[in-house]
Design a protein around this ligand. Structure first.
Ligand SMILES: *[C@@H]1O[C@H](CO)[C@@H](O)[C@H](O)[C@H]1NC(C)=O
Ligand SMILES: *[C@@H]1O[C@H](CO)[C@@H](O)[C@H](O)[C@H]1NC(C)=O
Ligand SMILES: *[C@@H]1O[C@H](CO)[C@@H](O)[C@H](O)[C@H]1NC(C)=O
Ligand SMILES: *[C@@H]1O[C@H](CO)[C@@H](O)[C@H](O)[C@H]1NC(C)=O
Length: 544
Protein backbone atom coordinates (compact mmCIF):
# COMPACT_ATOMS: atom_id res chain seq x y z
CA UNK A 1 0.00 0.00 0.00
CA UNK A 2 1.25 3.48 -0.89
CA UNK A 3 2.02 5.80 2.00
CA UNK A 4 1.37 9.51 1.76
CA UNK A 5 4.79 11.13 2.13
CA UNK A 6 5.30 14.73 3.33
CA UNK A 7 7.12 15.48 0.11
CA UNK A 8 4.11 14.32 -1.92
CA UNK A 9 1.86 16.54 0.19
CA UNK A 10 4.25 19.43 -0.47
CA UNK A 11 4.01 18.70 -4.19
CA UNK A 12 0.24 18.68 -3.99
CA UNK A 13 0.24 22.03 -2.23
CA UNK A 14 2.57 23.51 -4.80
CA UNK A 15 0.44 22.16 -7.61
CA UNK A 16 -2.77 23.57 -6.10
CA UNK A 17 -1.12 26.94 -5.63
CA UNK A 18 0.00 26.90 -9.25
CA UNK A 19 -3.52 26.00 -10.41
CA UNK A 20 -4.99 28.84 -8.34
CA UNK A 21 -2.42 31.30 -9.70
CA UNK A 22 -2.99 30.22 -13.29
CA UNK A 23 -6.73 30.38 -12.80
CA UNK A 24 -6.47 33.87 -11.32
CA UNK A 25 -4.39 34.97 -14.29
CA UNK A 26 -6.85 33.56 -16.79
CA UNK A 27 -9.94 35.07 -15.13
CA UNK A 28 -9.29 38.79 -14.77
CA UNK A 29 -11.40 41.01 -12.53
CA UNK A 30 -14.20 41.52 -15.02
CA UNK A 31 -16.32 38.81 -16.48
CA UNK A 32 -18.10 38.45 -19.74
CA UNK A 33 -18.53 35.11 -21.41
CA UNK A 34 -18.38 33.66 -24.89
CA UNK A 35 -20.53 31.10 -26.65
CA UNK A 36 -20.44 29.72 -30.16
CA UNK A 37 -23.92 30.21 -31.63
CA UNK A 38 -23.32 28.45 -34.95
CA UNK A 39 -20.08 26.73 -35.97
CA UNK A 40 -20.76 27.72 -39.60
CA UNK A 41 -23.14 30.22 -41.15
CA UNK A 42 -21.71 29.25 -44.54
CA UNK A 43 -20.05 32.62 -45.22
CA UNK A 44 -17.53 34.77 -43.38
CA UNK A 45 -19.47 37.67 -41.82
CA UNK A 46 -17.49 40.62 -43.19
CA UNK A 47 -20.34 43.15 -43.00
CA UNK A 48 -23.25 42.97 -40.54
CA UNK A 49 -26.42 44.94 -39.87
CA UNK A 50 -29.05 44.22 -37.19
CA UNK A 51 -32.56 44.77 -38.55
CA UNK A 52 -35.58 45.89 -36.52
CA UNK A 53 -37.05 42.37 -36.56
CA UNK A 54 -34.06 40.82 -34.76
CA UNK A 55 -32.52 39.41 -37.91
CA UNK A 56 -28.94 40.20 -38.87
CA UNK A 57 -28.09 40.52 -42.53
CA UNK A 58 -24.49 39.72 -43.34
CA UNK A 59 -22.40 39.23 -46.47
CA UNK A 60 -18.80 38.74 -47.53
CA UNK A 61 -17.79 38.99 -51.23
CA UNK A 62 -18.77 37.26 -54.44
CA UNK A 63 -15.20 36.35 -55.47
CA UNK A 64 -14.09 34.46 -52.35
CA UNK A 65 -14.70 31.14 -54.14
CA UNK A 66 -17.47 28.71 -53.31
CA UNK A 67 -18.90 29.34 -49.84
CA UNK A 68 -20.16 26.72 -47.42
CA UNK A 69 -23.85 27.41 -48.07
CA UNK A 70 -25.78 26.94 -51.32
CA UNK A 71 -28.21 29.39 -52.83
CA UNK A 72 -31.77 28.14 -52.36
CA UNK A 73 -33.61 26.01 -54.92
CA UNK A 74 -30.54 25.28 -57.03
CA UNK A 75 -30.19 28.94 -58.03
CA UNK A 76 -26.90 30.34 -59.32
CA UNK A 77 -25.74 33.92 -59.67
CA UNK A 78 -26.30 35.24 -63.22
CA UNK A 79 -23.21 34.95 -65.42
CA UNK A 80 -21.46 32.85 -62.79
CA UNK A 81 -20.78 29.19 -62.13
CA UNK A 82 -20.79 29.91 -58.38
CA UNK A 83 -24.08 28.63 -56.99
CA UNK A 84 -23.17 29.31 -53.37
CA UNK A 85 -24.51 32.19 -51.27
CA UNK A 86 -22.35 35.14 -50.20
CA UNK A 87 -24.98 36.71 -48.00
CA UNK A 88 -27.16 35.20 -45.29
CA UNK A 89 -29.80 36.42 -42.90
CA UNK A 90 -29.33 35.26 -39.31
CA UNK A 91 -32.45 34.97 -37.17
CA UNK A 92 -31.46 35.71 -33.57
CA UNK A 93 -34.60 34.09 -32.11
CA UNK A 94 -34.30 30.73 -33.86
CA UNK A 95 -30.48 30.80 -34.22
CA UNK A 96 -30.72 29.82 -37.88
CA UNK A 97 -29.55 31.29 -41.19
CA UNK A 98 -31.22 31.68 -44.57
CA UNK A 99 -29.09 32.13 -47.72
CA UNK A 100 -29.58 35.30 -49.78
CA UNK A 101 -28.34 36.28 -53.23
CA UNK A 102 -26.23 39.34 -53.91
CA UNK A 103 -25.79 39.76 -57.66
CA UNK A 104 -22.62 41.85 -57.77
CA UNK A 105 -19.48 42.21 -55.68
CA UNK A 106 -20.22 43.67 -52.25
CA UNK A 107 -16.62 43.45 -51.07
CA UNK A 108 -15.57 46.27 -48.70
CA UNK A 109 -18.80 48.15 -49.18
CA UNK A 110 -20.82 50.24 -46.76
CA UNK A 111 -24.39 50.92 -45.73
CA UNK A 112 -26.93 52.32 -43.34
CA UNK A 113 -30.40 51.35 -42.23
CA UNK A 114 -33.02 53.78 -43.53
CA UNK A 115 -35.87 55.14 -41.36
CA UNK A 116 -38.32 52.53 -42.75
CA UNK A 117 -36.03 49.64 -41.76
CA UNK A 118 -34.62 48.98 -45.24
CA UNK A 119 -30.88 48.50 -45.40
CA UNK A 120 -29.39 50.64 -48.15
CA UNK A 121 -25.99 49.22 -48.97
CA UNK A 122 -23.66 50.97 -51.40
CA UNK A 123 -20.64 50.23 -53.54
CA UNK A 124 -18.20 47.36 -53.46
CA UNK A 125 -15.71 46.25 -56.06
CA UNK A 126 -15.57 45.64 -59.83
CA UNK A 127 -19.16 45.07 -61.02
CA UNK A 128 -20.30 46.35 -57.62
CA UNK A 129 -18.48 49.71 -57.60
CA UNK A 130 -21.52 51.86 -58.36
CA UNK A 131 -24.30 49.59 -57.16
CA UNK A 132 -26.90 50.45 -54.59
CA UNK A 133 -28.53 47.41 -53.03
CA UNK A 134 -31.55 47.33 -50.80
CA UNK A 135 -32.61 44.68 -48.37
CA UNK A 136 -35.86 44.74 -46.45
CA UNK A 137 -36.32 41.71 -44.26
CA UNK A 138 -39.26 39.35 -44.58
CA UNK A 139 -39.45 35.58 -44.67
CA UNK A 140 -38.84 35.37 -48.44
CA UNK A 141 -37.16 38.71 -49.15
CA UNK A 142 -33.89 39.00 -50.97
CA UNK A 143 -31.48 41.72 -52.12
CA UNK A 144 -32.56 44.11 -54.86
CA UNK A 145 -29.91 45.91 -56.89
CA UNK A 146 -29.87 49.30 -58.58
CA UNK A 147 -27.18 49.47 -61.30
CA UNK A 148 -25.45 52.86 -61.44
CA UNK A 149 -27.21 53.87 -58.23
CA UNK A 150 -24.07 55.79 -57.24
CA UNK A 151 -22.41 58.59 -59.20
CA UNK A 152 -18.94 57.46 -58.20
CA UNK A 153 -17.18 54.17 -57.65
CA UNK A 154 -17.18 53.60 -53.88
CA UNK A 155 -14.96 51.04 -52.23
CA UNK A 156 -14.16 51.55 -48.47
CA UNK A 157 -16.60 54.46 -48.04
CA UNK A 158 -18.52 55.47 -44.90
CA UNK A 159 -22.27 56.08 -44.76
CA UNK A 160 -24.40 57.92 -42.22
CA UNK A 161 -28.13 58.51 -41.87
CA UNK A 162 -29.05 62.21 -42.04
CA UNK A 163 -31.79 64.20 -40.29
CA UNK A 164 -33.57 64.63 -43.64
CA UNK A 165 -34.01 60.86 -44.01
CA UNK A 166 -31.38 60.46 -46.72
CA UNK A 167 -27.97 58.94 -46.22
CA UNK A 168 -24.61 60.43 -47.07
CA UNK A 169 -21.89 58.25 -48.58
CA UNK A 170 -18.42 59.67 -48.00
CA UNK A 171 -15.25 58.82 -49.85
CA UNK A 172 -13.92 55.47 -50.85
CA UNK A 173 -10.68 54.56 -52.56
CA UNK A 174 -9.71 57.41 -54.95
CA UNK A 175 -13.15 58.97 -54.41
CA UNK A 176 -12.42 62.33 -52.74
CA UNK A 177 -16.05 63.40 -52.67
CA UNK A 178 -19.45 62.47 -51.25
CA UNK A 179 -22.97 61.85 -52.45
CA UNK A 180 -26.42 61.07 -51.10
CA UNK A 181 -28.98 58.34 -51.40
CA UNK A 182 -31.75 58.52 -52.43
CA UNK A 183 -30.90 61.29 -54.91
CA UNK A 184 -32.99 64.45 -55.21
CA UNK A 185 -32.64 64.23 -58.97
CA UNK A 186 -30.79 62.13 -61.50
CA UNK A 187 -28.31 64.97 -61.95
CA UNK A 188 -27.50 65.56 -58.29
CA UNK A 189 -23.71 65.71 -58.25
CA UNK A 190 -20.99 64.52 -55.88
CA UNK A 191 -19.40 67.53 -54.16
CA UNK A 192 -15.65 67.25 -53.76
CA UNK A 193 -14.21 66.77 -50.29
CA UNK A 194 -10.63 68.12 -50.11
CA UNK A 195 -10.20 66.81 -46.52
CA UNK A 196 -9.98 63.31 -48.01
CA UNK A 197 -7.17 64.46 -50.32
CA UNK A 198 -5.35 66.18 -47.43
CA UNK A 199 -5.53 63.09 -45.21
CA UNK A 200 -4.64 60.61 -47.96
CA UNK A 201 -1.14 59.25 -47.39
CA UNK A 202 0.18 58.53 -50.91
CA UNK A 203 0.37 54.77 -51.64
CA UNK A 204 -0.72 53.92 -48.09
CA UNK A 205 -3.97 55.90 -47.74
CA UNK A 206 -4.65 55.46 -44.00
CA UNK A 207 -7.88 57.45 -44.37
CA UNK A 208 -10.34 54.91 -45.78
CA UNK A 209 -13.58 54.13 -43.98
CA UNK A 210 -13.37 57.53 -42.26
CA UNK A 211 -15.06 57.80 -38.84
CA UNK A 212 -18.20 59.89 -39.33
CA UNK A 213 -20.68 61.05 -36.66
CA UNK A 214 -23.69 63.34 -36.84
CA UNK A 215 -23.03 66.28 -34.51
CA UNK A 216 -26.15 67.59 -32.69
CA UNK A 217 -26.17 70.83 -34.73
CA UNK A 218 -26.61 68.86 -37.95
CA UNK A 219 -22.99 69.05 -39.12
CA UNK A 220 -20.82 65.97 -39.47
CA UNK A 221 -17.72 65.18 -37.44
CA UNK A 222 -15.29 63.45 -39.79
CA UNK A 223 -12.06 61.84 -38.60
CA UNK A 224 -9.58 60.50 -41.17
CA UNK A 225 -6.00 59.32 -40.71
CA UNK A 226 -4.92 61.42 -37.69
CA UNK A 227 -7.21 64.47 -37.67
CA UNK A 228 -10.74 65.64 -37.75
CA UNK A 229 -13.05 68.40 -38.90
CA UNK A 230 -16.62 69.49 -38.36
CA UNK A 231 -18.19 69.60 -41.79
CA UNK A 232 -21.29 71.27 -43.19
CA UNK A 233 -22.11 68.92 -46.06
CA UNK A 234 -24.99 71.08 -47.32
CA UNK A 235 -22.69 74.07 -47.92
CA UNK A 236 -19.57 71.96 -48.52
CA UNK A 237 -17.74 73.96 -45.84
CA UNK A 238 -15.36 73.05 -43.06
CA UNK A 239 -16.89 74.57 -39.92
CA UNK A 240 -14.07 73.71 -37.54
CA UNK A 241 -10.69 71.99 -37.65
CA UNK A 242 -9.71 69.93 -34.62
CA UNK A 243 -6.10 69.43 -33.51
CA UNK A 244 -4.18 66.46 -34.90
CA UNK A 245 -4.34 63.49 -32.53
CA UNK A 246 -1.19 63.61 -30.32
CA UNK A 247 1.58 61.47 -31.81
CA UNK A 248 0.07 61.91 -35.26
CA UNK A 249 -0.25 58.16 -35.85
CA UNK A 250 -2.81 56.92 -38.39
CA UNK A 251 -6.09 55.43 -37.18
CA UNK A 252 -7.96 54.54 -40.39
CA UNK A 253 -7.70 51.74 -42.93
CA UNK A 254 -5.29 50.07 -43.46
CA UNK A 255 -3.89 51.30 -40.11
CA UNK A 256 -7.33 50.44 -38.81
CA UNK A 257 -8.35 51.73 -35.40
CA UNK A 258 -11.93 52.39 -34.39
CA UNK A 259 -14.06 55.18 -32.93
CA UNK A 260 -17.32 55.94 -31.16
CA UNK A 261 -19.38 58.99 -30.41
CA UNK A 262 -19.73 58.72 -26.63
CA UNK A 263 -23.31 58.62 -25.28
CA UNK A 264 -25.27 61.83 -25.89
CA UNK A 265 -27.03 62.93 -22.70
CA UNK A 266 -30.11 65.02 -23.44
CA UNK A 267 -31.01 67.62 -20.79
CA UNK A 268 -33.90 70.00 -21.45
CA UNK A 269 -33.61 69.37 -25.17
CA UNK A 270 -29.89 70.18 -25.25
CA UNK A 271 -26.65 68.24 -25.18
CA UNK A 272 -23.83 70.02 -23.40
CA UNK A 273 -20.98 67.62 -23.98
CA UNK A 274 -20.26 65.84 -27.23
CA UNK A 275 -17.26 63.57 -27.06
CA UNK A 276 -15.52 61.23 -29.48
CA UNK A 277 -13.22 58.35 -28.52
CA UNK A 278 -10.73 56.94 -31.06
CA UNK A 279 -8.77 53.80 -30.07
CA UNK A 280 -5.99 51.72 -31.56
CA UNK A 281 -4.56 51.68 -35.05
CA UNK A 282 -1.07 51.07 -36.40
CA UNK A 283 2.02 53.29 -36.34
CA UNK A 284 3.21 55.28 -39.33
CA UNK A 285 5.09 52.96 -41.68
CA UNK A 286 3.35 49.80 -40.42
CA UNK A 287 1.64 49.13 -43.75
CA UNK A 288 4.88 49.27 -45.74
CA UNK A 289 6.66 47.22 -43.06
CA UNK A 290 3.94 44.56 -42.95
CA UNK A 291 4.16 44.18 -46.72
CA UNK A 292 7.88 43.50 -46.21
CA UNK A 293 7.22 40.88 -43.54
CA UNK A 294 7.84 43.10 -40.50
CA UNK A 295 4.80 43.34 -38.26
CA UNK A 296 4.94 46.47 -36.10
CA UNK A 297 3.18 46.49 -32.75
CA UNK A 298 -0.26 48.12 -32.90
CA UNK A 299 -1.09 51.39 -31.12
CA UNK A 300 -2.17 51.05 -27.49
CA UNK A 301 -3.54 54.58 -27.17
CA UNK A 302 -7.00 56.10 -27.29
CA UNK A 303 -7.67 59.77 -27.87
CA UNK A 304 -10.75 61.36 -26.36
CA UNK A 305 -11.89 64.81 -27.41
CA UNK A 306 -14.79 66.97 -26.29
CA UNK A 307 -15.73 68.27 -29.72
CA UNK A 308 -18.31 70.62 -28.23
CA UNK A 309 -15.64 72.59 -26.32
CA UNK A 310 -14.78 76.03 -27.70
CA UNK A 311 -11.14 74.95 -27.75
CA UNK A 312 -11.19 71.14 -27.94
CA UNK A 313 -8.07 69.18 -26.99
CA UNK A 314 -7.31 65.48 -27.21
CA UNK A 315 -6.79 63.64 -23.94
CA UNK A 316 -4.73 60.47 -24.43
CA UNK A 317 -5.29 57.25 -22.49
CA UNK A 318 -3.51 53.91 -22.65
CA UNK A 319 -5.39 50.67 -23.25
CA UNK A 320 -4.42 47.51 -21.34
CA UNK A 321 -3.24 46.08 -24.67
CA UNK A 322 -2.43 47.38 -28.14
CA UNK A 323 -5.00 46.73 -30.87
CA UNK A 324 -5.37 47.16 -34.61
CA UNK A 325 -8.64 46.16 -36.36
CA UNK A 326 -10.58 46.27 -33.09
CA UNK A 327 -14.30 47.11 -33.12
CA UNK A 328 -15.70 49.70 -30.74
CA UNK A 329 -19.32 49.19 -29.75
CA UNK A 330 -21.51 51.20 -27.45
CA UNK A 331 -23.31 49.04 -24.91
CA UNK A 332 -26.85 49.93 -23.74
CA UNK A 333 -25.46 51.20 -20.40
CA UNK A 334 -23.11 53.67 -22.10
CA UNK A 335 -19.94 51.64 -21.65
CA UNK A 336 -17.75 50.99 -24.70
CA UNK A 337 -16.74 47.49 -25.73
CA UNK A 338 -13.47 47.14 -27.65
CA UNK A 339 -13.41 43.71 -29.25
CA UNK A 340 -11.68 41.68 -32.03
CA UNK A 341 -8.46 42.57 -33.82
CA UNK A 342 -4.74 41.94 -33.51
CA UNK A 343 -1.77 43.41 -31.68
CA UNK A 344 0.59 43.65 -34.66
CA UNK A 345 0.50 44.42 -38.36
CA UNK A 346 -2.25 46.19 -40.29
CA UNK A 347 -5.47 45.44 -42.15
CA UNK A 348 -5.09 43.71 -45.53
CA UNK A 349 -4.43 40.26 -46.92
CA UNK A 350 -2.12 38.33 -44.56
CA UNK A 351 -0.96 41.55 -42.88
CA UNK A 352 -2.19 41.12 -39.27
CA UNK A 353 -0.43 39.19 -36.49
CA UNK A 354 -1.01 38.19 -32.85
CA UNK A 355 -4.81 38.20 -32.49
CA UNK A 356 -6.14 39.92 -29.37
CA UNK A 357 -8.63 37.49 -27.88
CA UNK A 358 -9.71 39.54 -24.84
CA UNK A 359 -12.21 42.34 -25.24
CA UNK A 360 -11.87 45.42 -23.07
CA UNK A 361 -14.68 47.49 -21.59
CA UNK A 362 -14.15 51.25 -21.27
CA UNK A 363 -16.29 53.09 -18.73
CA UNK A 364 -16.37 56.73 -19.88
CA UNK A 365 -17.53 58.20 -16.54
CA UNK A 366 -14.85 56.54 -14.39
CA UNK A 367 -11.77 58.48 -13.38
CA UNK A 368 -9.01 58.50 -15.96
CA UNK A 369 -6.71 55.57 -15.12
CA UNK A 370 -9.56 53.27 -14.04
CA UNK A 371 -11.66 53.17 -17.17
CA UNK A 372 -10.45 49.97 -18.87
CA UNK A 373 -11.39 46.48 -17.75
CA UNK A 374 -10.07 43.40 -19.55
CA UNK A 375 -12.76 40.80 -20.29
CA UNK A 376 -12.56 37.04 -20.62
CA UNK A 377 -11.02 35.90 -23.91
CA UNK A 378 -12.54 34.10 -26.86
CA UNK A 379 -10.71 31.16 -28.38
CA UNK A 380 -11.19 32.31 -31.99
CA UNK A 381 -8.93 34.87 -33.64
CA UNK A 382 -11.06 37.58 -35.24
CA UNK A 383 -8.61 39.51 -37.37
CA UNK A 384 -9.11 41.21 -40.74
CA UNK A 385 -12.72 41.17 -41.99
CA UNK A 386 -14.27 40.35 -38.63
CA UNK A 387 -17.39 42.04 -37.30
CA UNK A 388 -19.43 42.73 -34.16
CA UNK A 389 -22.93 44.12 -33.57
CA UNK A 390 -25.02 44.65 -30.45
CA UNK A 391 -28.21 42.59 -30.22
CA UNK A 392 -31.45 43.72 -28.58
CA UNK A 393 -30.93 41.29 -25.68
CA UNK A 394 -27.61 42.99 -24.77
CA UNK A 395 -25.33 40.32 -26.22
CA UNK A 396 -22.75 41.19 -28.86
CA UNK A 397 -22.79 39.10 -32.01
CA UNK A 398 -19.27 38.41 -33.29
CA UNK A 399 -18.50 36.94 -36.71
CA UNK A 400 -16.19 36.87 -39.67
CA UNK A 401 -12.40 37.00 -39.94
CA UNK A 402 -10.67 36.19 -43.18
CA UNK A 403 -7.29 37.67 -44.02
CA UNK A 404 -7.11 35.59 -47.24
CA UNK A 405 -8.42 36.49 -50.67
CA UNK A 406 -10.27 33.14 -50.85
CA UNK A 407 -11.90 30.90 -48.26
CA UNK A 408 -8.92 29.08 -46.68
CA UNK A 409 -9.51 26.67 -43.82
CA UNK A 410 -6.20 24.84 -43.43
CA UNK A 411 -2.45 25.41 -43.36
CA UNK A 412 -2.67 29.14 -42.63
CA UNK A 413 -2.09 31.20 -39.51
CA UNK A 414 -5.67 32.43 -39.20
CA UNK A 415 -8.14 30.26 -41.13
CA UNK A 416 -11.30 31.76 -42.58
CA UNK A 417 -13.93 31.89 -39.82
CA UNK A 418 -17.47 30.93 -40.75
CA UNK A 419 -18.65 30.76 -37.15
CA UNK A 420 -20.91 33.12 -35.27
CA UNK A 421 -20.26 33.72 -31.58
CA UNK A 422 -21.85 35.83 -28.89
CA UNK A 423 -20.00 37.80 -26.26
CA UNK A 424 -22.19 38.35 -23.20
CA UNK A 425 -20.99 41.26 -21.08
CA UNK A 426 -21.06 40.63 -17.32
CA UNK A 427 -24.37 42.55 -17.01
CA UNK A 428 -26.01 39.40 -18.42
CA UNK A 429 -24.63 37.14 -15.69
CA UNK A 430 -27.13 35.52 -13.33
CA UNK A 431 -25.85 37.53 -10.34
CA UNK A 432 -27.47 40.59 -12.00
CA UNK A 433 -30.87 39.07 -12.62
CA UNK A 434 -32.59 40.49 -9.54
CA UNK A 435 -31.45 43.98 -10.61
CA UNK A 436 -32.34 43.62 -14.30
CA UNK A 437 -35.28 45.73 -15.48
CA UNK A 438 -37.89 44.25 -17.83
CA UNK A 439 -39.97 46.59 -19.93
CA UNK A 440 -43.75 46.11 -19.69
CA UNK A 441 -44.76 49.12 -21.75
CA UNK A 442 -44.51 50.72 -24.26
CA UNK A 443 -45.03 47.79 -26.55
CA UNK A 444 -42.55 46.64 -29.14
CA UNK A 445 -42.56 48.75 -32.28
CA UNK A 446 -44.20 51.73 -30.60
CA UNK A 447 -43.84 55.06 -32.36
CA UNK A 448 -42.36 57.92 -30.46
CA UNK A 449 -42.51 61.53 -31.57
CA UNK A 450 -39.85 64.21 -31.23
CA UNK A 451 -39.96 66.04 -27.91
CA UNK A 452 -43.00 64.11 -26.62
CA UNK A 453 -43.20 62.39 -23.26
CA UNK A 454 -42.93 58.62 -23.16
CA UNK A 455 -44.13 56.73 -20.08
CA UNK A 456 -42.19 53.55 -19.43
CA UNK A 457 -43.34 50.81 -17.07
CA UNK A 458 -40.86 48.17 -16.01
CA UNK A 459 -40.31 45.55 -13.37
CA UNK A 460 -37.26 44.74 -11.27
CA UNK A 461 -37.56 41.67 -9.05
CA UNK A 462 -35.02 42.69 -6.37
CA UNK A 463 -34.27 45.90 -4.48
CA UNK A 464 -34.26 49.04 -6.61
CA UNK A 465 -32.35 52.28 -6.45
CA UNK A 466 -34.65 54.56 -8.46
CA UNK A 467 -31.97 57.24 -8.66
CA UNK A 468 -29.89 54.82 -10.73
CA UNK A 469 -32.48 54.25 -13.47
CA UNK A 470 -31.85 55.66 -16.94
CA UNK A 471 -33.49 55.13 -20.30
CA UNK A 472 -31.33 54.85 -23.42
CA UNK A 473 -31.94 54.65 -27.16
CA UNK A 474 -29.48 52.83 -29.42
CA UNK A 475 -29.37 52.98 -33.20
CA UNK A 476 -28.63 49.67 -34.95
CA UNK A 477 -25.34 50.28 -36.74
CA UNK A 478 -23.75 48.87 -39.89
CA UNK A 479 -20.46 47.21 -39.02
CA UNK A 480 -17.52 46.46 -41.27
CA UNK A 481 -13.74 46.97 -41.14
CA UNK A 482 -13.79 47.90 -37.44
CA UNK A 483 -16.21 50.78 -37.80
CA UNK A 484 -19.88 50.87 -36.90
CA UNK A 485 -21.59 53.38 -39.18
CA UNK A 486 -24.50 55.31 -37.74
CA UNK A 487 -23.77 54.13 -34.20
CA UNK A 488 -25.44 56.36 -31.62
CA UNK A 489 -26.57 56.08 -28.00
CA UNK A 490 -28.91 58.66 -26.49
CA UNK A 491 -29.50 58.96 -22.76
CA UNK A 492 -33.01 60.38 -22.47
CA UNK A 493 -34.02 63.19 -20.17
CA UNK A 494 -36.37 62.12 -17.39
CA UNK A 495 -39.62 64.04 -17.31
CA UNK A 496 -40.14 62.79 -13.77
CA UNK A 497 -38.14 60.47 -11.54
CA UNK A 498 -38.90 56.78 -11.50
CA UNK A 499 -41.47 55.70 -8.91
CA UNK A 500 -43.04 52.48 -7.69
CA UNK A 501 -46.53 51.79 -9.03
CA UNK A 502 -47.07 48.23 -7.79
CA UNK A 503 -45.23 45.20 -6.50
CA UNK A 504 -41.79 45.20 -8.20
CA UNK A 505 -43.30 47.50 -10.84
CA UNK A 506 -42.05 50.99 -11.58
CA UNK A 507 -42.78 53.82 -13.90
CA UNK A 508 -40.52 56.48 -15.36
CA UNK A 509 -41.41 59.33 -17.70
CA UNK A 510 -38.84 60.39 -20.30
CA UNK A 511 -38.81 62.92 -23.11
CA UNK A 512 -38.17 61.69 -26.65
CA UNK A 513 -35.19 63.28 -28.44
CA UNK A 514 -35.96 66.85 -29.54
CA UNK A 515 -34.95 66.67 -33.21
CA UNK A 516 -33.60 64.72 -36.13
CA UNK A 517 -30.20 66.33 -35.62
CA UNK A 518 -29.94 64.57 -32.29
CA UNK A 519 -31.71 61.38 -33.40
CA UNK A 520 -32.47 60.91 -37.11
CA UNK A 521 -35.92 59.37 -37.59
CA UNK A 522 -35.88 55.60 -37.70
CA UNK A 523 -35.61 52.45 -35.64
CA UNK A 524 -33.93 52.38 -32.25
CA UNK A 525 -33.62 49.92 -29.41
CA UNK A 526 -34.92 51.33 -26.13
CA UNK A 527 -33.39 50.06 -22.88
CA UNK A 528 -34.14 50.72 -19.22
CA UNK A 529 -30.83 50.63 -17.35
CA UNK A 530 -30.66 50.10 -13.58
CA UNK A 531 -27.27 50.24 -11.82
CA UNK A 532 -25.59 49.75 -15.22
CA UNK A 533 -27.64 46.59 -15.89
CA UNK A 534 -29.75 47.00 -19.05
CA UNK A 535 -33.16 45.45 -19.64
CA UNK A 536 -33.67 43.49 -22.81
CA UNK A 537 -34.41 46.24 -25.35
CA UNK A 538 -37.61 46.90 -27.25
CA UNK A 539 -37.79 48.31 -30.77
CA UNK A 540 -39.23 51.80 -31.11
CA UNK A 541 -39.54 54.00 -34.13
CA UNK A 542 -38.86 57.73 -33.94
CA UNK A 543 -41.16 59.44 -36.41
CA UNK A 544 -41.03 62.83 -37.98
C1 LIG B 1 -21.27 39.27 -11.23
O1 LIG B 1 -20.13 38.46 -11.29
C2 LIG B 1 -19.09 38.93 -12.17
C3 LIG B 1 -17.96 37.94 -12.13
O2 LIG B 1 -18.38 36.71 -12.56
C4 LIG B 1 -18.62 40.30 -11.74
O3 LIG B 1 -17.68 40.78 -12.67
C5 LIG B 1 -19.79 41.25 -11.67
O4 LIG B 1 -19.36 42.49 -11.15
C6 LIG B 1 -20.90 40.68 -10.78
N1 LIG B 1 -22.03 41.56 -10.88
C7 LIG B 1 -22.65 42.03 -9.82
C8 LIG B 1 -23.79 42.93 -10.09
O5 LIG B 1 -22.33 41.74 -8.69
C1 LIG C 1 -19.36 23.80 -43.58
O1 LIG C 1 -20.67 23.49 -43.11
C2 LIG C 1 -20.82 22.20 -42.55
C3 LIG C 1 -22.28 22.07 -42.11
O2 LIG C 1 -23.14 22.56 -43.06
C4 LIG C 1 -19.90 22.02 -41.38
O3 LIG C 1 -19.99 20.70 -40.90
C5 LIG C 1 -18.49 22.35 -41.76
O4 LIG C 1 -17.67 22.33 -40.62
C6 LIG C 1 -18.42 23.73 -42.39
N1 LIG C 1 -17.07 24.03 -42.80
C7 LIG C 1 -16.35 24.95 -42.19
C8 LIG C 1 -14.97 25.13 -42.73
O5 LIG C 1 -16.75 25.63 -41.26
C1 LIG D 1 -24.68 39.03 -67.59
O1 LIG D 1 -23.89 39.25 -68.75
C2 LIG D 1 -24.57 39.92 -69.79
C3 LIG D 1 -23.68 39.94 -70.99
O2 LIG D 1 -22.39 40.41 -70.66
C4 LIG D 1 -24.95 41.32 -69.33
O3 LIG D 1 -25.68 41.99 -70.32
C5 LIG D 1 -25.83 41.20 -68.08
O4 LIG D 1 -26.07 42.50 -67.55
C6 LIG D 1 -25.12 40.38 -67.01
N1 LIG D 1 -26.00 40.18 -65.88
C7 LIG D 1 -25.68 40.55 -64.63
C8 LIG D 1 -26.71 40.36 -63.58
O5 LIG D 1 -24.60 41.03 -64.35
C1 LIG E 1 -40.51 42.38 -28.85
O1 LIG E 1 -40.47 41.62 -30.03
C2 LIG E 1 -39.53 40.58 -29.99
C3 LIG E 1 -39.41 39.96 -31.36
O2 LIG E 1 -40.61 39.98 -32.05
C4 LIG E 1 -39.95 39.59 -28.90
O3 LIG E 1 -39.02 38.55 -28.84
C5 LIG E 1 -40.01 40.32 -27.56
O4 LIG E 1 -40.48 39.47 -26.55
C6 LIG E 1 -40.89 41.54 -27.64
N1 LIG E 1 -40.71 42.34 -26.44
C7 LIG E 1 -41.74 42.97 -25.80
C8 LIG E 1 -41.37 43.77 -24.61
O5 LIG E 1 -42.88 42.90 -26.18
Amino acid sequence: MKTFSPSLLYHHLLLSLLVILLHARQCPAAGGSWSVLLPSIGISAMHMQLLPNDRVVTYDRTDFGVSNISLPNGKCRPNSTDCSAHSVEYDVGSNTVRPLMVLTNVWCSSGTLMPDGTLIQTGGWADGYRRVRTYKSCSKCDWKEIPDGLNQQRWYATNHLLPNGRQIIIGGRQAFNYEFYPKKSATENSPSFPFLVQTNDPNVENNLYPFVFLYPDGNLFVFANNRAILFDYSKNQVVKTYPTIPGGQPRNYPSTGSAVLLPLRIKKGEIDAVEVLVCGGAPTGAFVNANNGKFDGALDTCGRIKISDPNPQWVMETMPMARVMGDMLLLPNGHVLIINGASAGVAGWELGRNPVLSPVIYTPDNQIGSRFEVQNPSTKPRVYHSTAVLLRDGRVLVGGSNPHDKYVFTNVLYPTELSLEAFSPSYLESNSSSMRPRIISPKNKSNIRYGKRVAITFTVSGPVDLKLVTVTLMSPSFNTHSFSMNQRLLVLDSANSAKAVGKSTYKVGVVAPPSGNIAPAGNYMLFVVHKDIPSPGIWVQIRR
